[in-house]
Design a protein around this ligand. Structure first.
Ligand code: SF4
Length: 164
């Protein structure tokens, strides 16, 4: 898996200050895509195991609230198990939250995607739709996207939206 960018102190993507990884590669081609160069799976650098550990160590800083994954498309990273191993290692090594943004719809996720999602706390799902773009929305670009509390959703077997 390649990544395009790491933000050490991200205050825009999720609650609090977060360590954020922007993965490379996305098969959607949303009109108005805000990260067009990130659609290329070979863009950026390889997220090696060493990079993974450095990223996790960033989040161990007490001022960091958690980890965020954006893209690109994190849930298109299915050709290797790097992202799955990363979210598992975060949960093994820290008690921090994981947020992940995807253009996929929660109800349509396949088994491999769910393997990743079941380790995260909050999923912002759905494609970015320019016609529904609203700059006032918190943590999402367009009104169709949902902020889902994953653990409550899995427990209750119905979509439960995240509440502040
Ligand atoms: S899902 Fe995100 S990265 Fe992919 S094309 Fe749409 S806006 Fe761009």
């Amino acid at each position: 898996m390649n990544y395009a960018q790491i933000r050490k102190y991200d205050v825009a993507n999720g609650v609090g200050i977060r360590a954020t990884l922007f993965v490379s590669g996305c098969h959607f081609n949303c009109p108005g895509c805000f990260n067009k160069e990130y659609q290329d799976f070979s863009f950026g650098k390889e997220f090696t195991d060493e990079e993974m550990q450095k990223f996790i160590d960033l989040g161990k800083n007490p001022s960091i609230s958690g980890f965020s994954f954006l893209g690109g498309e994190p849930l298109d990273q299915l050709y290797d198990d790097t992202l799955l191993r990363t979210v598992k290692a975060i949960k093994e090594q820290t008690d921090k939250t994981i947020w992940l943004w995807t253009g996929h719809i929660f109800e349509n996720l396949n088994e491999k995607q769910m393997e990743i999602v079941k380790h995260i706390d909050v999923l912002v799902d759905g494609p970015f739709i320019e016609a529904q773009k609203d700059m006032r929305l918190l943590f999402r670009g367009s009104a169709n996207q949902r902020i889902i509390d994953v653990q409550k959703t899995l427990k209750e077997n119905k979509i439960v939206l995240w509440e502040k």
